[in-house]
Design a protein around this ligand. Structure first.
Ligand SMILES: NC(=O)c1ccc[n+]([C@@H]2O[C@H](COP(=O)([O-])OP(=O)(O)OC[C@H]3O[C@@H](n4cnc5c(N)ncnc54)[C@H](O)[C@@H]3O)[C@@H](O)[C@H]2O)c1
Length: 337
């Protein structure tokens, strides 16, 4: 279960799986897309190639990369007939437990015994899905984000039965196709969705309590803390703000909203030790030990660049209002899990 992958497959070539297959193909790795039947797989490949051409026209993709996608994206016939020579398989069928189980059972029976098998599930425990896999030691979660061709992060989720070499190969493979993989523990909703949905649940409460409209919650989120998150994670943000400041904020908030805002031993111990983040030279993350002036210079450069980028995106602000000629659409929202 080591060595570079020379052929991959994606089972379930829908919204996520299609983007995953196109990404892999665009990195020069032949990738077989397998949907419910050969005709559907063929249709999806056609749609993905058309999307690539459209992206070239819009300046989102190099013409050369679109050609690489076209050379390497292959329409499969079926799970049973199309996995020969495939070293890495990503399952991306709908989030229905029974369907995941039956698909993974078929995939693991048809795949080479050394092939790594991954599920792109958003929330289902990998340990549970592993029950239907023949050779569960080569099975793990690989949670890509939507839109899968553009978001760099992928959560790599070994179960307690996954061998280390499978995790290492999955990590190397995702780097090989241009992603930024992070290995995490197998807990419900993993890390990205747990954080994202904690924010969403709190946003729902704000609206439900009559504090703000959804539009106001979104505007405040975008224009304030949301601005930081592409460059700095929540712990780096806390180290910049001051851990004592965050401790005081959580005290007020837990008094008002209850235990979901409670501090934890990690924060209490750091503050008790006088490790308050950037201002004391020690905190939770390595960022706290850097020269504060250097950190602010880099941070300011990022914010300036982000403001310029946002200002340059044509039509973004128009999305905040409903067009007069609006028609109902079934298109999926790009901001979901
Ligand atoms: N949509 C998101 O934002 C998102 C983000 C991250 C992860 N995910 C996860 O990715 C997975 C797929 O989600 P999606 O949004 O791409 O769904 P989707 O409905 O767009 O695509 C699913 C595809 O699977 C195909 N399919 C169904 N049964 C099949 C079978 N037996 N064999 C082969 N193909 C089959 C369907 O025809 C369809 O093309 C889910 O587990 C979902 O939770 C989704």
């Amino acid at each position: 279960m080591t060595g570079s992958i020379t052929r991959a497959a994606v089972v379930g070539g829908g919204y996520m799986g299609g983007g995953i297959a196109a990404t892999i193909a665009g990195a020069g790795v032949p990738c077989v897309l397998i949907d419910i039947d050969a005709a559907t797989s063929q249709r999806r490949v056609g749609e993905l190639l058309a999307e690539s051409r459209d992206w070239v026209d819009k300046g989102l993709l190099d013409a050369a990369e679109a050609e690489v996608v076209a050379e390497n994206l292959i329409a499969g016939v079926s799970i049973d007939e199309s996995l020969a020579g495939v070293g890495f398989i990503i399952e991306a069928v709908p989030e229905v437990l029974e369907l995941k189980h039956s698909t993974l059972a078929r995939v693991s029976a048809a795949a080479h015994p050394q092939a790594i098998i991954a599920s792109n599930t958003s929330t289902l425990p990998i340990g549970t899905l592993a029950e239907s896999v023949t050779g569960p030691e080569r099975f793990l979660g690989c949670h890509w984000m939507n839109p899968s061709r553009l978001i760099p992060g992928v959560e790599i989720i070994p179960s307690d039965r996954t061998v280390e070499s499978a995790t290492a190969t999955a990590t190397d493979f995702h780097r090989q196709v241009g992603k930024r993989p992070t290995t995490i523990s197998d807990v419900p909703a993993f890390i990205a969705n747990r954080l994202q949905h904690a924010l969403f649940a709190e946003a729902l409460k704000l609206v439900d309590e009559g504090v703000a409209t959804p539009e106001v919650v979104d505007e405040v989120s975008r224009n304030s803390f949301g601005y930081r998150l592409a460059a700095f994670g929540p712990f780096e943000v806390a180290d910049m703000a001051g851990l004592d400041v965050y401790q005081a904020c959580l005290q007020t908030e837990s008094g008002a909203y209850g235990d979901r805002f409670a501090s934890t031993p990690l924060l209490e111990e750091r503050v008790d030790a006088g490790d308050l983040g950037l201002k004391s030279g020690n905190g939770i993350t390595p960022l706290a030990s850097h020269d504060p002036q250097r950190v602010s210079a880099i941070r300011n450069q990022y914010f300036r660049g982000l403001t310029a980028l946002l200002d340059s995106i044509e039509g973004l602000e128009d999305l905040r209002s409903t067009p007069a000629d609006s028609v109902p659409t079934t298109a999926k929202d790009d901001t979901s899990a």
